[in-house]
Design a protein around this ligand. Structure first.
Ligand SMILES: *Cc1c(COP(=O)(O)O)cnc(C)c1O
Length: 378
């Protein structure tokens, strides 16, 4: 028996809704009943003017880059400690990525370094809410306003988390969610684009429908549909949307369950933190997270490697996370690092993520805590 690092969320109602798509609705392609239900669920529960389900968060980010009209040479400010798609979406449109350092406490973009990285080419700031813990959005939005920049939130990990009462993904001009298997709510592969800036509403529908005004046609607003802009196919199948909708209906239940696991880890490992053996995640005041991830930080990479090996020998699967993008092969071509890399590389080398998924067994969590304690007792 081994303890998995991740399992896709499954709550029990998914099969019924998928069955309904096949046997009753008889429409498997995009923008059917369940896609609309998911869009509306996000709009109502997270309080955003418009949400559009997409085939992935990667694709939601690509839509965002098209919407804000990224042109070759435009600059994008982002953290280097993130997933490839956060910046690749903009590189596809010809942007140059300007990476800045993260804060060691939250692993999020350091809001105090943004202003110095702005040039006349800067077009957008892309905060990534790591582990579902919000970036300092007040400061980021204030800078964006001062310099007339867009803000695209990568809230892939932030569904159901808040910053001062506002849902992550709903504060920037655009926000991007992921419903990948590794995220809190899943449809296998999927995501959503959240649109706060209403000037993007019409064009977003067009870009998502292969550059056509098909959505308007279906609503009877135009009498034929045609190619009007660039675009692609960013519509997920109804089968996937049905799976997701079953989970959104019990979103609180999933959130509470994950937070419970997160708190169990925190309390169980607190003594090791107090002994100075490890560091634990920090949640700034004003931030309500969603238990997306539980990580610890070891003294350095060599301790992390031995701990990871030790846990593996004890059938516990853990994972480190991003290799900083500025030092990756593509990063060397498409980006530069502004300022000094004080924390990005150092912190990324000592982070270890523990098994975390919906409904993980209590005894697994206890086992992981015990084995980590045993490792540090040696
Ligand atoms: C998972 C993730 C993505 C990509 O999500 P997909 O839905 O798999 O495309 C992007 N950014 C971050 C920060 C992520 O964690």
């Amino acid at each position: 028996m081994s303890i998995p690092f991740n399992l896709p969320p499954k709550i029990g109602g998914e099969e019924q809704l998928i069955y309904k798509v096949i046997s009753q609705n008889k429409k498997l392609s995009g923008d059917g009943v369940f896609t609309k239900k998911c869009n509306e669920w996000i709009e109502h529960n997270l309080d955003t003017p418009k949400a559009l389900l997409t085939t992935s968060c990667t694709h939601a980010l690509e839509m965002a880059a098209i919407l804000i009209d990224i042109k070759p040479g435009d600059e994008v400010i982002a953290p280097s400690y993130t997933f490839v798609s956060t910046v690749n979406a903009f590189v596809l449109r010809g942007a140059k990525i300007v990476f800045i350092d993260i804060r060691p406490d939250t692993m999020n973009i350091d809001e105090n370094l943004i202003e110095k990285a702005i040039t006349e080419k800067t077009k957008v700031i892309v905060p990534v809410h790591y582990a579902g813990v919000s970036c300092e959005m007040d400061k980021i939005l204030e800078i964006a306003k001062k310099y007339n920049l867009f803000v695209v939130e990568d809230a892939a990990q932030g569904v159901m988390a808040n910053y001062k009462g506002q849902a992550l993904g709903t504060m920037g001009d655009l926000g991007c969610f992921s419903f990948h298997d590794t995220k809190n709510y899943s449809m296998g592969e999927g995501g959503a684009l959240l649109i706060k800036n209403k000037s993007f509403l019409e064009r977003a529908e067009i870009i998502r429908e292969k550059g056509t005004n098909r959505s308007k046609f279906f609503r009877g607003q135009v009498d034929k549909y045609t190619w009007v802009d660039i675009g692609s196919s960013y519509l997920p199948s109804e089968l996937n949307a049905a799976y997701l909708y079953a989970q959104l209906l019990v979103a609180d239940k999933i959130n509470i369950n994950r937070l419970r696991t997160w708190n169990k880890y925190y309390e169980g490992l607190l003594s090791l933190k107090e002994e100075g053996k490890i560091e634990l995640p920090y949640i700034p005041s004003g931030c309500t997270h969603n238990g997306h991830m539980f990580y610890i930080k070891c003294k350095d990479m060599s301790v992390r490697t031995s701990l990871m090996d030790f846990l593996k020998q004890n059938n516990i699967n853990t994972a480190f996370h991003y290799v900083p993008l500025h030092s990756s092969i593509a990063g060397l071509n498409y980006s530069r690092f502004h300022g000094e890399d004080i924390y990005t590389t150092r912190e990324s080398e000592r982070i270890l993520r523990l098994p975390m998924y919906y409904n993980i067994k209590d005894e697994y969590v206890v086992e992981v805590i015990e084995k980590i304690k045993l490792f540090f007792a040696k």
